[in-house]
Design a protein around this ligand. Structure first.
Ligand SMILES: Nc1nc2c(c(=O)[nH]1)N[C@H]1C(S)=C(S)[C@@H](COP(=O)(O)O)O[C@H]1N2
Ligand SMILES: [Mo]
Length: 322
């Protein structure tokens, strides 16, 4: 059960993008369009708010927060969530945030194929403008027993499934991360089964919680967190949340994910959070909060059982929790 202490809109000041800055950015973009600003966008210092404002999708953020998804935890400081990452394409450690800045975001073509009415390729900028964006605060639980709480911006994956028009034989969606040989040094680690693959059943992909995130903390999602689009399934271990997606394939065969290929005894397909089912090498009973360093008890389905437990009824023979 989700217990609310704060109202959904009562977020600490530092987590909100001040409206004034947001409006300024729009004014600035209008200025560029009208040719009233002398300096060319390219001459702006990299990483400044103005330079970020030149992205063709920056004006989509912040999106309105959906107050239905509230949490009983403090929102993780942005600085922590964007510097403590898992993104093995950029290195097999947590400090990949600067290396990930090399990721090339445009053009970004997304393939939708397999068991669909008509396979298509669509540009990210076009897709994101068709999708209903909203902000949701979710808990996030890595299989390594650390946790964070962050405001994602994104669209329900169900909207993408409806757009894709899968055939009735489709039982799973397989997703794939980009492989940019020139920007991702991790790809040279040939013992990993690149590309990074993940999958969901159709019931999981169309569950109301399942989000395709394109933003974080009221801005475009940082590269290290999986720009330009990544999966968010808050009741599952973090490794299911595949980053920088370039392909959605609808299939009747259960996908074998990256971590499952590497070690199926430690990382399974379902990977639902359960404090009572230990990882073969450590307990899952509690988790360390990235924000405070505090250790707190882990909840079944990461506290989202009301939304998802029904999906798994009658599946007792499956390894649902690893
Ligand atoms: N392509 C890709 N996606 C990935 C990973 C990865 O290494 N490569 N790591 C996963 C793991 S283990 C976690 S915990 C989350 C981390 O997301 P974050 O860096 O936004 O916290 O991304 C997941 N998605
Ligand atoms: Mo993870």
């Amino acid at each position: 059960m989700l217990i609310r202490r704060n109202k959904g809109w009562e977020i600490p000041e530092r987590d909100a993008t001040p409206e004034a800055i947001y409006k300024d950015r729009r004014q600035f973009l209008k200025g560029i369009a009208a040719g009233s600003i002398g300096a060319s966008a390219a001459a702006l210092p990299l990483g400044s708010a103005l330079a970020q404002g030149t992205s063709p999708t920056a004006d989509l953020y912040p999106a309105t927060r959906n107050p239905a998804y509230t949490v009983d935890r403090e929102i993780t400081e942005k600085a922590k969530a964007v510097t403590y990452n898992n993104y093995y394409e950029f290195g097999s450690h947590k400090s990949i945030s600067s290396a990930a800045q090399a990721l090339k975001l445009r053009p970004w073509t997304i393939k939708i194929d397999g068991l669909v009415e008509k396979p298509i390729e669509i540009d990210f900028d076009e897709l994101v403008h068709k999708m209903p964006l909203e902000e949701r605060v979710y808990r996030f639980r890595c299989v390594e027993a650390w946790a964070m709480t962050v405001p994602w911006t994104g669209f329900p994956m169900k909207a993408l499934v409806d757009f894709a028009k899968p055939l009735s034989g489709a039982k799973y969606v397989e997703m794939e991360t980009a492989t940019q040989k020139d920007t991702m040094p991790g790809l040279r680690q040939f013992w990993y089964p690149w590309p990074y693959i993940e999958g969901l059943s159709m019931a999981e992909a169309t569950n109301e919680l399942t989000l395709i995130a394109t933003g974080l903390y009221g801005e475009e999602i940082p590269k290290q967190n999986g720009a330009p689009l990544r999966l968010v399934t808050p009741w599952k271990y973090g490794f299911k949340n595949i980053k920088s997606i370039v392909r959605f394939t609808f299939t009747d065969k259960r996908p074998v994910s990256f971590w499952e290929q590497l070690n199926k005894d430690e990382y399974g397909f379902w990977a639902n959070v359960n404090p009572k089912v230990p990882h073969p090498r450590w307990s899952q009973a509690s988790e360390r909060l990235l924000n405070s360093g505090e250790t707190v008890p882990t909840q079944i389905y990461n506290g989202y059982g009301d939304y998802v437990a029904d999906i798994y009824k009658g599946m007792d023979d499956e390894k649902l929790f690893m």
